[in-house]
Design a protein around this ligand. Structure first.
Ligand code: PSV
Ligand code: MN
Length: 401
């Protein structure tokens, strides 16, 4: 029997129609959801204290792509994979990677330069007082633009580990000027190719006194100095405690400068936990801002929905599938918010009424809808369960060791 004939689906449809929701339109929007998973989420990872090896974890870019393809195969909404230049293609041979990804039904998403591991970056990269470090970083980033172009990627995603550890270590303004100069050079190389430059901010780590792009405001100012193809990348784990992330999302979308997300979740710092695992309501509220902006024809919502997490002890592919499912659930709930009712309540200054509308959507069990959606998309109704039963992990454990 098709899930669309189930009682639970019919009851949900009736409930949503009562709220004025067009269920077919909701499904269409859910089918258009596109997520990007990170190559680095499939290999062994760890903390400052230890790396725990997982049996069957991907050992190279081909295996990472194979694992990413599983996530897409079972969910149907994760066709992109992010590349971290030096970790994945140290020899620069991106064409082979692109072709292999395509043979498995994936495309290359963002290109992520790595300007934080080489010894020369001890004092930073583009903002470093060391001219040699700045030049090396710039060269590498420019090479990444070429690689991105070859890979058919539209996005250069920049995260700089630049910062200082002690007051007085370096001059904030001089660092800012060096950074601006470097970013402008990068932008000039990339913009004519029609690519987008994303600037990711991070409050702290690895620098502990200051980071050169500490928050969305600094990233935004730097983007404005470069040009309209420069946009802010928001990693959900890169804020101070208590920051209202959904407000930043809304503000940046309204300014046309929200370029992308790095989804994950945190409890304390940049924990890189499964998206929606610690604070699912926050994830819903973020998607609520996105869904609402998508319905405003005056706004452009060309946003890259990327995942950036590292499951140190959870099985990695399962973690990624869980995240994709959580992002799909959050989006589905955001799409069934009674927008007209919400606006009316807001205009009537009915605080309780407005909040109830959000909570009602959040508390709605959308799983009957997602089962029907997945059936229509030709993927299993429970992707995680289906992956677990597929035998893929057992096979790669025996093959990869
Ligand atoms: C830095 O913490 C970060 O969020 C950047 O996006 C990096 O590319 C990624 O993590 C790598 O772990
Ligand atoms: Mn990130």
């Amino acid at each position: 029997m098709s899930f669309s004939n189930s009682d639970e689906y019919k009851i949900l449809c009736e409930k949503l129609s009562g709220r004025g929701i067009d269920i077919e339109a909701v499904k269409e929007r859910l089918k258009a959801q596109v997520l990007e998973t990170p190559s680095w989420g499939y290999g062994d990872s760890g903390t400052r204290f230890a790396v725990f090896h997982q049996p069957g974890a991907a050992r190279n870019i081909r295996e990472k792509i194979e694992d990413a393809a599983q996530v897409h195969k079972f969910t149907g909404i994760a066709p992109l994979v992010a590349i971290h230049a030096l970790w994945d293609v140290p020899d620069g041979r991106i064409k082979e990677v692109k072709e292999y990804a395509e043979s498995l039904g994936l495309r290359i998403g963002s290109m992520n330069p790595n300007v934080f591991e080489d010894q020369i970056y001890r004092f930073g990269s583009l903002a470093s007082p060391d001219r040699g470090a700045r030049e090396k970083a710039l060269d590498h980033i420019l090479q990444c633009i070429e690689m991105a172009e070859e890979a058919g990627s539209r996005i250069l995603s920049l995260w700089l580990a630049d910062g200082t550890n002690y007051p007085g270590q370096d001059d904030f303004r001089r660092r800012k000027h060096r950074l601006e100069e470097g970013l402008k050079r990068v932008y000039e190389a990339l913009a004519p190719k029609g690519m987008t430059m994303l600037i990711e901010y991070k409050l702290f780590e690895p620098a502990f006194y200051h980071t050169d792009v500490a928050d969305w405001g600094m990233a935004y100012v730097l983007c404005m100095k470069c040009g309209e193809r420069a946009k802010v990348l928001m990693d959900l784990g890169h804020h101070a405690h208590g920051v209202n992330i959904e407000h930043i999302v809304s503000f940046l979308i309204d300014e046309g400068r929200l370029g992308g997300f790095h989804f994950n979740n945190k409890k304390y710092a940049d924990d890189d936990l499964t998206a929606g695992s610690i604070n699912p309501y926050e994830l819903f509220l973020i998607y609520n801002e996105i869904a609402s902006a998508q319905e405003d024809p005056s706004l452009s919502t060309d946003i890259a929905f990327m995942i950036d997490q590292a499951a140190n002890i959870k099985p990695k592919i399962e973690d990624m599938i869980q995240t994709v499912m959580n992002l799909q659930t959050a989006y589905a709930k955001a799409l069934i918010v009674d927008r007209k009712g919400l606006r009316d309540a807001q205009e009537a200054m009915d605080i309780v009424g407005a909040e109830r509308i959000l909570v009602e959507a959040y508390q709605t069990d959308v799983s009957p809808l997602l089962k029907v959606l997945r059936e229509e998309m030709g993927v299993p109704p429970d992707p995680l369960d289906a992956f677990r039963r597929s035998g893929y992990m057992e096979r790669v454990i025996s093959e990869r060791g």
